[in-house]
Structure formats: C-alpha cells, structure tokens
Design a protein around this ligand. Structure first.
Ligand code: AMP
Length: 710
C-alpha cells in the first residue's frame, strides 16, 4: 500500500516523514546512508543523477557538475545551473532531487510513497509555490498540499502545547529566513503574521568565511580562488564545515589549497560573530516588521512581551549567536530542548499529510508533559498510555505572506497602480471580490503580488481574461480572488445573478513597462475615438434666392433655429450658408448658440442674388475641419441652375463620408433632392418644415450614437 509523506524540501537539507496511525506518532525516514537529513545537492555524472551525501562529496571535491542552493532560485526564469553539459532550472533540479530522494527512501525503508505534503518557506510567492508543486509532480508524487515551513513546525510543536499562547517561529535554514508568529490555542493554530527573506540563510554566514579565506589567500599568494571553480566549490564546503565547528568551539582553522599553494587560516568565533552581526540584525528587523503588522491589525502595540514561546527551526539556528540574540531581545531562551531543528518541519508536514486524507488525527502523546514535539518522532514511537490529542484539518488557519492586487488606474487617472485586494496576513481560503460595471466583450485583469502601490515593484502573476458577459448592455460583474490552501492564487468571476463567467488565465510575456505603456496607449486611443465619435460638424445651407420671399424665409429661419436647439453644442460645430447666385457664410464653425441664432436671423432674401446659380454642396465639401461626423443639411424651394454638377458634388461629398439631408419646400424637385441626399430627400409643405427639421436632428443624433466612424 502506498503511504503519504511530509517532505521538508530544504535549501541545504531535506527530510521525509510519515505519520504512523497505529503509533499515533511520526516516523522520520532514514536514507540509504542511514541519515534522517539528505543534502539537497544534485550532481550529474556520466548521465547519472546523484544526490545527497554523495553529491555533496562531489561538490566538496570540486566537481563543477554539482548544483546546490537552487531552491532559493525556484520560480526565477533567469536562473539556470549549467551542469553535466545541460542547462537546468531550479524547478527541474528540485524534480530530479525529489525523484532520487523518493527512490532512496522507498528502497531503504521498504515503503511505497504516493502522496506528499511539501513544505515551502512562508515567504515563497506564487511562482515559487507553483514551481514546487510541479517539481513534486515531476517526481511522480501526488502533491496533497503545499504548506509553510513555520506552520509545519507549529503543527508539530503546537500539538503538544496545551495552553493558549503566542508562538514565534524563527526559521533560519541554509538559504532562507522565515519569521512566523501564531496564536496557538489548544489544537487551534492561527497564524498572525509572517515575513521572510528567501535570500538570507546559512550560506550568507558561509560567505563571511569564504571571503575571509579568499582575501587572506590573495594577499599571501596573489591568487584568486574564485577563478578556479573546482577549488572554489571545495572552499564553499570547507567554510560551511568551519562555520559548524564555530558553533562548538571558539576558534578553528581552515586549510585551503589552490594552484599547488597552501594557506592555513585561523578564524575566531569573535571575528565570525562580529562580521555576521549585520545578518542577524536583518532577521531582527523582520521580526519587528511582524510585530508592527500584528499591532496594526489588533490596534495595539505588540512586541516581545506578547510572545509566550520562541521556537527555533532550521540548521542555522544551531549557531550560538542566534540563541544569544533571542535571549538579549526576549529576555528568555528559546525552546530547543528535545526539538530536532532539522526534522521538525518534516514532522509537521507528515501530520498535515495524514490530515489531508483523514481530516482528524490522533496523537498518542506519551511525553506531552515534557512539551516537546520531538517526543513524537522516531521510527519506534512508543505506544503511550492514555493521553491522546485530536487535531482537525479545519483548525489550522494559515495566512498569506504577500498582498494580492491588480493593475488599476489611479483615482486621478494619471498613473497605473497596484490596487491591493487581499492584504498580506489575510487568511487563506477567503474570497475577496471586486465589482465592475462593464460593457465590452472581454475584461482583462492583471493580477499582481507585492506590497507596494507602485506596480514596478511587484510581480505580475498573470492576466485573467473574463468573458461570457451578455453583449449590447452594461453588466454588473464580480471578479473574485482567493489564495487557496496551497497559497496559490485562484481567480473567477460571476454576474450579479450569480451565474459564472469564464476566467481564463493567460501567461504574460510583456514586462510591466510594456504593459503599462500599452494600456496608456490604448486608453488614449479609446479617448480619442470617443472624442471623434461624438464630434459633429453640421453645415446648414439655406436657400435665400428670390423665391424664398414671403413667409417661406421666416418659416425656414425659425425651423432652422428649432433644429439647432435640438443639439447640445459641446461637441457640435455649425456653419450656416445662405445661398442664391452666390454663397455667404453667415457663421463659421461655431458652437455658440447666440452666434448661430443671430447668424440665422441675419439671412435676408436676395442678399447673395435672386437666382440659384451658386453651388452650395460643392462649397460645403471644403468646410469640414475635424474628424467626426460630417453633416450637410440643404434647404431649398426651387430648381437650381447647376443641378448636374451639384449632383456629382453630392456624390463626392458622400464618398468623403458627408451625410446629406436634402429638404425641399415650394417648387423644389423631389427627384433632385433624392439624388443629392444620402437617403431619400424630404419634400414637404411649409407647415411641416419644423417637424422635418426635428426628424433630421433625431436622425443625426441616432447616427452619432450608433455609427462607428469611417
Ligand atoms: P536547513 O536548510 O534547515 O537544513 O539548514 C541548513 C543550514 O544550517 C546550513 O547552512 C548549515 O550549514 C547550517 N547548519 C547546520 N548545522 C549547523 C551548526 N551546527 N552550526 C551552524 N550552522 C549549521
């Protein structure tokens, strides 16, 4: 039967454990070397994948085909290890490592592994979590859940902690640092805050010694060890070993050979502690940041005095300076007794793996009174007497270590910002929604991860395209965001009536600069198109020839005035022509009602001749100045001298996108009006002139609101 395991996939070491139901305890598996922890090192040798101690030995011997510390590069597209003649991402290396680790554990322990809970630093972001899931799958594992390393430690630790307390987990591993503060009440674990730096860990402490030896070697021999990759790898291993020795003794010696030269250097603990103080300070600052965040959330000041227990996790917490710093700040020592800092994370992960399938687990708490999670570990966990603890899956509430936002226009519409939707330290599995009123076909949402309002400081997680909204109307829709149990983001959308829309995640290939530049461009284009779409230029040509005398001209002028009154002149520009034998521009390109009114009033019969030899259509064609809707309204009461050429001028005008309305009264010719008009001409009685002008105004308004511009 296949078993489920918890895997602490560490930067430097990894461990695998399983919960043994019958014993009510956790079994940490030993690898082929008989060790509980396997170095997370990969070596490619002659087409063979070597991991663990053997790979580390290769690294120690200067084999350049080894890769270590790749975990901190998880999800980083710019990272590649060039080993064994190939190029490998951190995800691929993790997958290879896990494959070999599982094979080794299965063979050495006579078990078959099916599902796994894999731990990640709480500070891992979306990309890093997804990369971890894929690495597990590449190793043939069913990834049951991704949980945060400190949370795993608290699960393992918290189970034994009877009374209500605030626990601070200080997790300093090989390449990552995590600080997590949780409220533990019996079996309920509420994470309050989490912070971290996934580029800070034991390797930075190693670097102090590496730099020290390199400098001494260079000053002695003028030789840079860094230029010799094989020797440099050896130096890395030697310095890590020296660092570990300094956890026990006050001084140690590092011997290094390069180019046939030998250097022997003594390092004191005092020097090492001095040089690494700044690194320790960084961890302290992140603790303070967590205190501040909790204080802000709880509306009170929160500090060391509010912490009941400090738990150390990760191999680097073996350095006495960590414990000393905690004592200096906290006033009390951290709990270390009986807790194995190397395996506590795997222990919690194993418990979580069982919780994923059983929902509750029973812990046989043989040594509960000692308050030590370590008591549950070991292959032959003794069957304890009466006491059992039950924990249920729903009682572990984790939080998100990164805020989730979306790219949005700032309220002054001047810039793009990361508008935060789910604040850091919010509980996972809780849905946060954003409402939209939207009329288009597809709503694009760029999801970001990061604390800053400035999108340039954030990671783009992806673009979600929401579709399926009813068309031709504005929809009220809700876009819902959630961090799932793995801390991975999920986005979906629904309409106000609850019906689901389609949300498709698309990979983003553009950089944030390119996206913002494109969105700005699209916004300007949309504004310009909207401006153009509502801009209307109307040329109103009124016949003032002799035949318009009597009451015709008066009625024409009042109807034209009513026509003008139909328009909101914000984006409408009017030119009025009076024509007879010639043409007079009585007003040009005006948006002023007063100006247009007095221009219309000023028209008198015969002012430009008593005949109709002018060519108003031809003249109007050259008067349009803008992009927008171009309208020509011609009112006449007779037959023109230049009907043929004006018909062809009308055809050219229409080809230019000008819409012509021909209105006729009196002796006007319907056939000619039809020829010049875009639709049919309108020959009417004088009494109907006002109505016709109003109809034309309505038709123009419809045209503007529904037509896309040519
Ligand atoms: P982890 O990733 O939790 O397995 O932590 C591994 C890190 O702990 C590595 O950087 C180790 O060098 C470091 N480490 C392990 N043991 C000691 C020790 N005794 N003193 C100092 N650092 C140690």
């Amino acid at each position: 039967m296949k078993i489920n395991v918890g895997i602490d996939l560490g930067t430097t070491y990894s461990a695998v454990a399983t919960f043994v139901k019958e014993n009510g305890g956790v079994r940490i598996f030993k690898n082929g070397d008989g060790k509980e922890c396997t170095p997370s090192v990969v070596c490619l040798s002659g087409g063979r994948v070597i991991i663990g101690e053997e790979a580390k030995e290769e690294q120690r011997n200067g084999n350049v085909d080894t890769a270590a510390f790749y975990k901190s590069m998880m999800g980083n597209e710019n990272y590649a290890a060039y080993i064994g003649g190939g190029e490998y991402s951190a995800e691929t290396l993790s997958g290879m490592f896990l494959t070999e680790l599982i094979k080794d554990i299965e063979a050495s322990n006579g078990v078959q592994i099916g599902g796994a809970v894999i731990t990640v630093p709480a500070y891992f972001n979306e990309k890093q979590r997804n990369a971890t899931i894929r690495a597990g799958e590449a190793a043939g594992l069913k990834v049951l859940k991704i949980i945060n390393e400190p949370t795993a430690a608290i699960i393992a630790y918290g189970l034994t902690a009877g009374k209500e307390k605030n626990v601070l987990v200080y997790d300093l591993g090989g390449g990552t640092f995590d600080i997590t503060i949780a409220h533990v009440n019996g079996t309920q674990i509420d994470v309050l805050a989490t912070n971290g730096n996934h580029e800070l860990g034991g390797k930075n402490w190693d670097a102090i010694l590496i730099d020290y030896v390199q400098e001494r070697f260079y000053s002695d021999y003028d030789v840079s060890i860094e230029d010799h990759p094989e020797d440099y790898k050896e130096l890395q291993v030697k310095c890590e070993e020296a660092k570990k020795r300094l956890s026990q003794v006050s001084a140690t010696t590092i011997m290094m050979q390069c180019e046939g030269l030998t250097g022997k250097y003594e390092v004191t603990k005092e020097y090492f502690d001095d040089m690494s103080r700044v690194l320790l300070e960084e961890t302290l600052q992140l603790i303070q940041a967590s205190f501040n965040e909790i204080g802000e959330a709880q509306g009170r000041s929160f500090g060391w005095a509010d912490i009941d227990e400090v738990v150390l996790v990760g191999g680097s917490t073996r350095m006495p300076q960590v414990r000393d710093m905690i004592i200096a700040e906290y006033g009390k020592p951290p709990i270390t007794k009986d807790i194995n800092v190397d395996t506590i994370v795997a222990t919690g992960a194993a418990m979580q793996a069982e919780l994923c399938v059983s929902q509750t687990i029973q812990i046989r708490a043989g040594s509960l009174t000692q308050g030590a999670a370590g008591a549950f570990t070991g292959a032959a966990t003794p069957k304890a007497p009466a006491m059992t603890l039950t924990i249920s899956n729903s009682e572990i509430r984790d939080i998100t270590s990164h805020s989730l936002g979306m790219l949005a226009l700032s309220s002054d519409e001047k810039s793009y910002i990361n508008s935060i939707i789910i604040k850091k330290n919010s509980y996972i599995n809780k849905v946060f929604s954003k409402q939209y009123t939207f009329a288009g076909k597809a709503l694009e949402v760029y999801v970001m991860q990061g604390e800053s309002r400035d999108p340039y400081d954030c990671d783009i997680l992806g673009k979600y395209v929401i579709t399926g909204m009813p068309q031709g109307t504005k929809s009220q829709l809700s876009v819902n965001f959630l961090y799932n149990s793995n801390g991975v983001v999920e986005v979906n959308a629904n309409l106000a009536d609850g019906s689901r829309l389609t949300a498709t995640k698309e990979t983003v290939t553009e950089s944030i600069d390119e996206i913002i530049a494109r969105l700005k461009r699209e916004k300007e284009e949309a504004e310009e198109a909207a401006r153009r779409a509502t801009c209307v230029e109307i040329v109103l040509a009124i016949d003032s020839s002799g035949s318009m005398g009597g009451n015709r001209i008066g009625k024409a002028k009042s109807s034209a005035q009513d026509f003008i009154d139909e328009f909101d002149l914000k984006h409408t520009y009017i030119t009025v022509l009076s024509f007879g034998d010639q043409i007079k521009k009585v007003c040009t390109d005006s948006s002023s009602k007063g100006q247009i009114t007095s221009a219309i009033r000023s028209i008198t019969v015969g002012e430009v001749g008593y005949g109709t030899d002018a060519r108003p259509i031809d003249a109007a064609r050259g008067l349009y100045r803008r992009e927008g809707h171009k309208i020509l309204v011609v009112l006449t009461d007779g037959v023109w001298g230049n009907q043929v050429s004006e018909t062809s001028a009308a055809d050219s005008a229409k080809a230019d996108g000008i819409i012509i309305y021909g209105i006729g009264i009196g002796e006007a010719d319907q056939a000619f009006l039809d020829r010049i008009s875009s639709n049919r001409g309108k020959k009417v009685d004088l009494s109907q002139l006002t109505t016709v002008f109003k109809e034309v105004a309505t038709s123009i308004a419809t045209e503007v609101s529904t037509t896309t511009l040519r």
